[in-house]
Design a protein around this ligand. Sequence first.
Ligand code: ATP
Ligand code: MG
Length: 395
Amino acid sequence: MINFKSFLIKYGEIGVKGKNKFIFEDALVKQIRFALNRVEGQFKVHKEESRIYVDTLSEYDYDEVIEALKTVFGIVYICPVVQFEDNGYEDMAKKVVEYVGEMYEDKNITFKVNARRAKKNWPMDSMEINRELGGEILAAFPEMKVDVHNPELLLNVEVRKHINVYSKSIPGPGGMPVGTAGKAMLLLSGGIDSPVAGYMISKRGVELEATYFHAPPYTSARAKQKVIDLARIVAKYSGPIKLNIVNFTETQLYIYEQCPHDELTIIMKRVMFKIAEHFAKESGALGLVTGESIAQVSSQTLQSLGVINEVCTLPVFRPVIAFDKQDIVDVAIKIGSYETSILPYEDCCTTFVAKHPVTKPTHEQIARSERHLEEKIDELVKTAIETVEVVMVEA
Ligand code: ATP
Ligand code: MG
């Protein structure tokens, strides 16, 4: 295996952003640097000729670097690249043959050379480079065969400021670099769905802040730690998350005392949304994010979602709204949150849940019940907001 000194970072959608392209590229560079902070070694991340490169300046662990880069939204492919000075064709051919020799132990493979010439004054055009290099490779390794349609080895040779040789493209996560699409407030619980929802929104370039409602002593310190751990897993992809931990006990007990129990979940969610929206507006977040999915539970029927939603003026984004549970679980496994999410815990919504919650609440019905809260609810919400505990969570 070659000890690669550089990685070429390929990005997709950013490429089509026209005049604003540099904003996306700069955000991507920043996020790559951020992800590499977790990896031992020194790295230089830089733009050159509309491309992003990660140069390694010290010893490093290849797998760790790839793992870190795979968490950076905006990256479509990670290509370990051999880069050298342009000293003309002879020198290039020698190095390309060396590359193939070292990179592929088993030479019983088909290949194709894919040359690109960014320097238009270079003496050979890309067709000539393909042909000549193909010939040199066949001469050096007679077991290899050319296949121009479906080669096992696609050997990319780029003549730019430097010469780049690469043949491996490791898929990145795709999406857009975090920080290019504003900020949103994730309602993060200890379940499977909300961490996945946060990951998905963040994948589109949205920075995250989060709010968690706990109800000590009905929910334990372990349940709270679990949410912090989940935030840390999401932060691996999204960057640091400011987590607001709201003590919801008094509010919840009051709702429990005053309102019909089959409506508790709906009314509690409405208050949770209002508080989360307060923090969102305070910090410039442009929407709320939840892990709700249609019909998963009684509070996620279209009627319930509608009645919960109406307390907010900010848009509520629900990226897993049409996902089956298994589809959500698949993403949770992929991003590494599943194992933590399935640890046993108490949730403040389930502690007080009724046996037969309403599934078709109406606005009038809930508004009528909430009238019983008028005396104390504003004060309780105010206290909940004022006593928030803020934790900065980093991967
Ligand atoms: P999850 O798996 O994310 O917990 P869920 O399927 O258990 O979701 P609910 O408990 O009905 O569904 O919650 C729906 C959404 O409301 C959650 O995805 C989350 O966004 C938000 N939510 C629920 N409980 C809390 C909480 N204690 N703190 C913050 N947000 C919460
Ligand atoms: Mg839950």
